[in-house]
Design a protein around this ligand. Structure first.
Ligand SMILES: Cc1cc2nc3c(=O)[nH]c(=O)nc-3n(C[C@H](O)[C@H](O)[C@H](O)COP(=O)(O)O)c2cc1C
Length: 373
């Protein structure tokens, strides 16, 4: 059996394999509530054999959302539609994760596929349009080069404490919804990354200045989430291992942060990069794998992600110790059955990942055609 399709135990959770669906914003919620779109979009990855399906960046407060269409978990009423999705993922053999997020100064931006804020009055009613002034460590706009961003309001120490508590409260709701994994979103130039990076954090209080001070908010979030999350469930954090901008957060910083995160009960670091304007990071096949390897040197488990599409590459990432799990976003949109197909490629005539409704029919077809024997 390949490593990719061997189970992995994390605290009391055993993943059926080491393939992960990376969080993907759908901008398709109203008032933060999951709906039929999310149910079908996510459900097909469980039918497709993935080990862990991580739901999109989910706002811990209304103003934490990237757009008015994001999922939210700031209210108890948002638990039930998420639980329905979690129950389906479980029934089909996948573990369920949720990425808890605060966008900071990158909040209240247009829906990705619209042409800016082009909603008509009717659209605003139909899609529950909302816009607000974002908050951030410092009152510095994300960028002037692209429209859609707003100068944020600088967070007070009381705002910071309330935000940490919002992460904890959302974590309790995630537990009530039945999630197996919480992933804290610390990447892509969003709020935690804004505190970490000298590019966005110009504070002169205990939350800015030295690396220790810039890490304080992220580590407080970790402590609060870990305290609210059952001890038998694993905790992930996603980071941008480097901002890819001169004077920004570096891989060396990430190794230190990952060590601190591990000491506070983080089990897995999901290693991405970028999120600030002007980043020099050039995407290409496997471009972030070496970052996962670097962070793993801090002694923490990692997820590798970013233009991984060949099953042999995914297997090699695990075999060579670059990462412990391998995540997929766009490749899984293209082929929601990627995990099943990769299992056949790596392990031959193994039909266990097919849903029972399809399994024997596919095997019969393969036998007639002389495939995968
Ligand atoms: C449609 C879409 C939505 C995304 N939304 C999120 C998100 O909510 N949170 C996050 O951390 N990354 C998000 N990402 C980034 C992906 O999780 C992933 O890291 C990135 O696409 C690289 O992986 P890939 O090459 O397999 O697509 C998104 C990517 C896509 C394509």
């Amino acid at each position: 059996m390949s490593l990719l399709f061997s189970p992995l135990a994390l605290r009391d959770l055993t993943l059926r394999n080491r393939t992960v669906i990376a969080p993907m914003c759908q901008y398709s919620a109203q008032h933060g509530l999951a709906n039929e779109w999310h149910f079908v979009h996510l459900g097909r990855f469980a039918l497709g054999g993935f080990g862990l399906v991580i739901l999109e960046a989910t706002g811990v407060l209304p103003e934490a959302r990237i757009s008015y269409g994001d999922l939210g978990l700031w209210d108890d009423g948002q638990i039930a539609p998420l639980k329905r999705i979690v129950d389906f993922l479980h029934a089909e053999g996948s573990a369920a994760g949720i990425q808890l997020a605060h966008a900071g100064r990158k909040a209240s931006t247009p829906i990705a596929w619209r042409n800016g804020f082009d909603e008509t009055a009717q659209d605003k009613l139909d899609y529950a349009f909302e816009a607000w002034t974002p908050v951030a460590p410092s009152p510095i706009i994300h960028t002037e080069r692209h429209p859609g961003y707003t100068v944020p309001r600088e967070m007070t120490v009381a705002d910071i404490a309330a935000t940490v508590q919002a992460f904890a409260a959302a974590t309790s709701r995630a537990d009530q919804a039945g999630f197996d994994v919480v992933e804290i979103h610390g990447a892509h130039g969003y709020l935690i990354n804004q505190f970490l990076s000298p590019l966005a954090n110009k504070r002169t209080d205990a939350y800015g200045g030295s690396r220790e001070n810039r890490m304080r908010f992220g580590l407080e979030v970790i402590d609060a989430v870990r305290a609210a999350w059952p001890a038998n469930k694993p905790l992930f954090i996603r980071i941008s291992a480097t901002d890819g901008v001169e004077g920004g957060w570096t891989v060396e910083d990430s190794e230190i942060f990952a060590g601190e995160a591990k000491a506070r009960g983080v089990d897995v670091v999901h290693v991405s990069s970028g999120g600030f304007d002007g980043a020099s990071i050039k995407p290409g096949p496997l471009y972030q794998v070496q970052l996962a390897r670097a962070v793993r040197s801090a002694g923490v488990k990692t997820v590798a992600v970013g233009l991984i599409s060949d099953p042999a590459d995914a297997e090699r990432i695990l075999a060579e110790g670059d990462a412990d799990l391998v995540a997929f976003a766009r490749g899984a949109l293209e082929d929601p059955n990627w995990a099943i197909h990769a299992h056949h490629i790596l392990d031959g005539a193994e039909y266990d990942l097919w849903p029972k409704q399809a399994r024997n029919r596919i095997r019969d077809k393969d036998r007639v055609l002389g495939l995968r024997q």
